[in-house]
Design a protein around this ligand. Structure first.
Ligand SMILES: *Cc1c(COP(=O)(O)O)cnc(C)c1O
Length: 422
């Protein structure tokens, strides 16, 4: 693809983009009297305009049905998580029985680890990527301690080689093989939040299984960004949040995937609650926990309707756009962003995200060796919203559902201006 660094080119690309109309379905924050250049959907997705009506629907049903809303609401609350898990199936490559939405990400990670991290004296190690998101590090550290092991010896981190920023697949696979006698769990981020590196989920999963370990993934930066095939790849479990690319709003309900081969096993160890059993048995209030033979068998509490409703509304847009089409557009826009950044002079940064499209999603991470914070401030003053992550990265992430080629071009224009006045 030949790209041109011009507004006319970006406009033409937007005109040809069949998904361009979805932009109209979102509210953009205002900066300097106009729409901000929002390239931060990897951190918090924008508000879809259909959210307000969806929330009002539940308020109306609560007002008019009260407790009967569990059965009589327009969207009966008893099944509320399914209004999200059904459309998530196409995005995550899983059946509805393998998916649910509940709690929040870190909580779900703990719940899944209680089932899938069952260490013994021989097999007690967890393998993860060095530089994983802090919450994941804390979750693993405290789980290891909870089971009476020492994080020093029980957690193995795979790092980039000296002088490199990305983790090589061969190094991950080699450590898995080397530790195959003691490895209990391989827990990776699907995409590393800092570098934007998308890991080879099927290869890591296959290696973990060969070593006799379970494979779980934190898909916080994957869900709604890159389509995955969790069922076919035989991933054991996955968790994610819904407020990044999925636009579920701040603190929105998180999600969990449990592979059918485990989900269908009622004896799989877990911590239970009444929302984990069959709906038909739920109100019998009987003794003895009998989980659903589904990922929903890990649910504990009554559906958090108001934490799910914006996600439900946002997923309607994902269904209408199609995750395959979104991914194609995303590759085009992010490649254009990369092309434009390569045209810049007079500004000292390096793109540390993989060059290969198959190893990244929407995000590019720009590593600044100096003046990064100052440049981030100047971007912010000029109406750009992107985030700064210590120690030195600005993450730029065009979300294909609402960002355009023109957004990326305007971003480039502003940095080119900053660079020429640096
Ligand atoms: C965003 C993110 C989280 C946040 O966890 P919460 O429990 O939703 O606060 C955790 N892990 C990763 C990898 C993330 O990117």
């Amino acid at each position: 693809m030949e790209y041109v660094a011009s507004l006319a080119f970006a406009k033409e690309k937007d005109q040809q983009d069949p998904l361009n109309k979805f932009r109209e379905h979102f509210y953009f924050p205002q900066r300097n009297g106009k729409d901000a250049i929002y390239l931060c959907g990897n951190s918090l997705g924008l508000q879809p305009k259909n959210v307000k009506a969806a929330i009002e629907q539940e308020l109306t049903d609560w007002q008019q049905c009260a407790v009967e809303g569990y059965w009589a609401a327009k969207n009966p609350w008893l099944y509320y998580q399914q209004y999200c898990s059904k459309p998530l199936g196409a995005i995550l490559g899983a059946s509805q029985q393998e998916l649910t939405v509940m709690n929040t990400l870190t909580v779900n990670l703990h719940l899944m680890m209680l089932s899938f991290y069952r260490p013994n004296k021989q097999r007690f190690k967890v393998l993860m990527e060095a530089g994983a998101f802090p919450s994941d590090q804390y979750a693993v550290e405290t789980q290891v301690k909870f089971h009476g092991f020492d994080p020093e010896s029980a957690i193995i981190e795979v790092s980039p080689r000296p002088g490199e920023h990305l983790i090589r697949l061969e190094d991950i696979l080699e450590i898995i093989t080397k530790e195959s006698d003691s490895l209990a769990l391989v827990l990776f981020g699907g995409i590393n939040y800092y570098t934007g590196q998308f890991f080879d989920i099927p290869a890591i999963t296959a290696a973990a299984h060969k070593a006799g370990a379970y494979a779980g993934f934190d898909l916080a930066h994957v869900a709604g960004n890159i389509p995955v095939e969790l069922h076919n790849w035989e991933v054991d479990f996955a968790v994610w949040c819904s407020y990044k690319y999925l636009n579920g709003g701040p603190g929105a309900v998180g999600g969990a995937f449990v592979h059918e081969k485990h989900a269908s096993n009622r004896d799989f160890v877990r911590l239970g609650g009444w929302w984990g059993n069959e709906e038909s048995a739920r109100f019998k209030m009987e003794k003895g926990f009998v989980p659903k033979k589904e990922a929903e068998g890990w649910q504990q509490s009554t559906a958090q309707v108001f934490n799910m409703v914006s996600l439900k509304a946002s997923l309607e847009l994902f269904e209408a756009a199609g995750i395959g089409a979104l991914r194609s557009k995303s590759e085009g826009v992010t490649n254009y962003l990369e092309f434009l950044l390569q045209q810049l002079n007079g500004i000292n940064f390096q793109i540390i995200t993989p060059k290969n499209c198959n190893e990244r999603g929407a995000q590019l991470s720009l590593l600044f060796l100096d003046k990064g914070k100052e440049i981030h401030q100047r971007m912010t003053d000029a109406g750009i919203i992107v985030d700064w992550r210590e120690p030195g990265v600005i993450r730029v992430s065009p979300a294909p559902l609402y960002n355009s080629y023109q957004d990326v071009f305007h971003f480039y224009e502003i940095i080119a201006n900053i660079a020429s006045n640096a």
